[in-house]
Design a protein around this ligand. Structure first.
Ligand SMILES: [Zn+2]
Length: 454
């Protein structure tokens, strides 16, 4: 059949559906509908041919399978509608499992009807919107009807897959071979480079049903808990630039987000850093706010890395002190704080100058209250503790970030999806979704969906 015949057939079919509508959107939808059934049939034929070609060997250990049944039929929910697929299956004696090698090759999962494209569509939309809303968007964008619960279940399944890939990488950090394997994935430049790691944490809310008694339920008490989501980002300094509008952009970066606790976060961050060139980096720079866990982690896992406290957090300390000494929002507070801010940002050992300035306050400011004196002492302690992490002038001269803005914007992006009002997540559930979202951000989508290659 010539191409022109196909075009003519599509044209006539669409025209019949259109009933004279002059709207292009209607035309696009009509063409999609007219050709859907032939695409469905062609897909059915393609998958059937592939299944017929499939050797009956175990997808895990490659041993020959003992045939259990030929031509076992299953249905698959594809991007063009339901298809039927007949394939053989057998028993692997070494794995002690009944297996469908054709399903594995095609990318179909046991007991889940979604085709790989439908799996991917569910995963992508669930990352962006709650399942109820996603259902409509999927129908609009693809013409596929997937119920909200199927969509959620399918997205969850993909999350579990992402999670097991992540767990495997985390496990690799525990032994030398694994570390080498992770490092081998990095494609660092030949020239020397700086690797930047920024870390932060945010809160997630979950409904806590465990041990919830009827009495509490009747009292209408909602039990919920907050969990920390430890978050990190890793990028090479040479991959940071600015848009024409002057907005900072990072061409390529890695992400970590987990609520499995600090130990797991530490290993995941290490795995991600290895994959972003940690072992080849001439310099490693770690940025965060003042939180103690960040510096413990940095010292433990990245010895030799330069540590830097986010400049805005330090400035906030000075502003808070200014307000306490001279009153919030007063001109006196502004005048007082200005030289401190300048020393900090512009002098080589600015933190030392700040400490000296603060140390002289009790002698120079008359009528300080006890609580003000206490605050001054506390702030001196803060600057003394972090002064090595306040090399802002030197950092700026090297074109390095002096703030942890990159991780803060990452956290707010995660929060936009994971902290929707009234949304509760189960512990297992959101770790899977976090893993899925992070996998997507990390540019490793094709590990889950091999068809996702340009
Ligand atoms: Zn096997």
């Amino acid at each position: 059949m010539a191409e022109e015949d196909v075009v003519q057939w599509l044209y006539a079919g669409a025209q019949a559906l259109l009933q004279g509508s002059p709207r292009m959107g209607d035309m696009e939808k009509a063409l999609d509908r007219v050709s859907r059934e032939v695409r469905r049939k062609a897909l059915e034929r393609l998958t059937q041919a592939a299944a017929a070609q499939q050797a009956l060997v175990c997808p895990v250990c490659q041993s020959a399978l003992q045939v259990v049944e030929h031509q076992r039929v299953r249905t698959v929910e594809s991007a063009f509608g339901k298809i039927r697929l007949a394939r053989s299956y057998g028993l692997c004696l070494s794995c002690q499992k009944q297996l469908f090698p054709a399903d594995a090759t095609l990318g179909l999962h046991a007991r889940a009807p979604a085709s790989p494209r439908v799996q991917e569509i569910c995963a992508l939309t669930a990352l962006r919107a709650p399942a109820g809303q996603a259902e409509e968007d999927v129908r609009r964008l693809t013409g596929i009807e997937v119920g909200a619960s199927t969509l959620h279940r399918e997205a969850r399944r993909q999350g579990e897959r992402a999670l097991s890939l992540r767990d495997a990488d985390e496990h690799r950090t525990q032994h030398a071979d694994g570390i080498a394997a992770l490092a081998a994935r990095a494609t660092p430049p030949q020239t020397s480079f700086t690797l930047v790691i920024e870390v932060d944490a945010w809160n997630i809310r979950e409904r806590d049903n465990w041990g919830k008694t009827d009495a509490l339920l009747k009292a209408g008490k909602e039990l919920e808990r907050w969990h920390w989501v430890f978050t990190g980002t890793v990028f090479r300094l040479d991959q940071r630039g600015t848009t024409e509008a002057g907005r900072p952009v990072i061409a390529e970066r890695g992400y970590v987000a987990t609520r499995r606790g600090l130990d797991s976060f530490q290993r995941q961050l290490y795995a991600e850093s290895l994959q972003r060139g940690l072992q080849k980096a001439q310099m490693v720079l770690i940025l965060g706010d003042g939180a103690v866990w960040i510096w413990n982690l940095a010292t433990d896992r990245f010895p030799g890395a330069r540590q830097r406290v986010d400049l805005h957090h330090v400035q906030k300390h000075l502003w808070d002190l200014a307000h306490e000494l001279h009153g919030p929002g007063t001109q006196a507070a502004q005048l007082w704080v200005r030289p401190y801010l300048q020393w900090l940002a512009r002098r080589k050992d600015g933190a030392l100058d700040v400490i000296e300035g603060l140390a002289q306050l009790p002698a120079t400011l008359v009528g300080l209250t006890r609580s003000q004196r206490k605050t001054i002492r506390r702030e001196i302690g803060y600057f003394e503790e972090h002064q090595e992490r306040m090399d802002y002038k030197a950092g700026k001269a090297l074109g390095q970030p002096v703030g942890s803005g990159a991780i803060e914007s990452t956290c707010s992006q995660y929060q936009r999806r994971f902290k929707l009002t009234g949304q509760f997540w189960s512990l297992a559930g959101d770790e899977a979704f976090l893993a899925l979202a992070t996998h997507h951000r990390n540019g490793r989508w094709s590990q889950l969906f091999p068809h996702d290659v340009e």
